[in-house]
Design a protein around this ligand. Structure first.
Ligand SMILES: [Zn+2]
Length: 76
Protein backbone atom coordinates (compact mmCIF):
# COMPACT_ATOMS: atom_id res chain seq x y z
CA UNK A 1 0.00 0.00 0.00
CA UNK A 2 2.92 2.36 0.45
CA UNK A 3 5.15 3.80 -2.21
CA UNK A 4 8.84 3.47 -1.68
CA UNK A 5 10.54 0.67 -3.57
CA UNK A 6 10.06 1.42 -7.26
CA UNK A 7 12.57 -1.14 -8.46
CA UNK A 8 10.90 -4.00 -6.62
CA UNK A 9 7.34 -3.00 -7.40
CA UNK A 10 5.53 -4.99 -10.07
CA UNK A 11 4.93 -2.96 -13.19
CA UNK A 12 1.20 -2.39 -13.06
CA UNK A 13 -0.54 0.59 -14.60
CA UNK A 14 -0.85 3.55 -12.23
CA UNK A 15 -4.26 4.54 -13.54
CA UNK A 16 -6.85 4.06 -10.81
CA UNK A 17 -8.69 0.80 -11.26
CA UNK A 18 -6.42 -0.47 -13.99
CA UNK A 19 -4.59 -3.73 -13.34
CA UNK A 20 -2.98 -4.03 -16.74
CA UNK A 21 0.72 -4.71 -17.09
CA UNK A 22 2.63 -1.49 -17.53
CA UNK A 23 4.63 -1.09 -20.68
CA UNK A 24 5.60 2.52 -20.13
CA UNK A 25 7.20 4.47 -17.36
CA UNK A 26 6.20 8.08 -16.96
CA UNK A 27 8.73 10.22 -15.16
CA UNK A 28 7.39 13.52 -13.96
CA UNK A 29 7.98 16.28 -11.49
CA UNK A 30 5.96 18.98 -9.86
CA UNK A 31 8.27 22.01 -10.01
CA UNK A 32 6.30 23.72 -7.25
CA UNK A 33 6.93 21.04 -4.63
CA UNK A 34 9.76 18.91 -5.99
CA UNK A 35 13.41 19.83 -6.28
CA UNK A 36 14.99 19.57 -9.71
CA UNK A 37 16.46 16.17 -8.97
CA UNK A 38 13.26 14.76 -7.47
CA UNK A 39 11.42 12.75 -10.09
CA UNK A 40 8.29 10.71 -9.59
CA UNK A 41 7.56 7.68 -11.71
CA UNK A 42 4.24 6.27 -12.77
CA UNK A 43 3.70 3.11 -14.72
CA UNK A 44 1.25 2.97 -17.57
CA UNK A 45 -0.26 0.39 -19.87
CA UNK A 46 -0.64 1.10 -23.58
CA UNK A 47 -4.20 2.28 -23.09
CA UNK A 48 -3.48 4.81 -20.36
CA UNK A 49 -0.07 6.09 -21.38
CA UNK A 50 -1.46 9.09 -23.22
CA UNK A 51 -4.08 9.74 -20.55
CA UNK A 52 -1.51 9.94 -17.79
CA UNK A 53 0.96 11.93 -19.85
CA UNK A 54 -1.65 14.47 -20.80
CA UNK A 55 -2.91 14.64 -17.22
CA UNK A 56 0.54 15.81 -16.19
CA UNK A 57 1.23 17.90 -19.26
CA UNK A 58 -2.02 19.78 -18.69
CA UNK A 59 -0.57 20.93 -15.37
CA UNK A 60 2.62 22.07 -17.09
CA UNK A 61 4.67 19.45 -15.27
CA UNK A 62 7.82 18.23 -16.96
CA UNK A 63 7.01 14.73 -18.15
CA UNK A 64 8.97 12.06 -19.97
CA UNK A 65 7.69 8.73 -21.21
CA UNK A 66 10.00 5.74 -21.44
CA UNK A 67 9.25 2.26 -22.68
CA UNK A 68 9.60 -0.47 -20.11
CA UNK A 69 11.48 -3.25 -21.79
CA UNK A 70 10.89 -6.43 -19.84
CA UNK A 71 13.38 -8.35 -21.92
CA UNK A 72 16.38 -6.12 -21.13
CA UNK A 73 17.69 -4.23 -24.13
CA UNK A 74 15.84 -6.00 -26.91
CA UNK A 75 17.02 -3.49 -29.46
CA UNK A 76 18.94 -5.06 -32.30
ZN1 LIG B 1 -3.94 1.19 -17.61
Amino acid sequence: MSEGSPSAAPAVCSRAGCRADARWRIDWRNPRIHAADRVKSWAACDEHRDFLREYLAARSFPVEVHAIDASTEASR
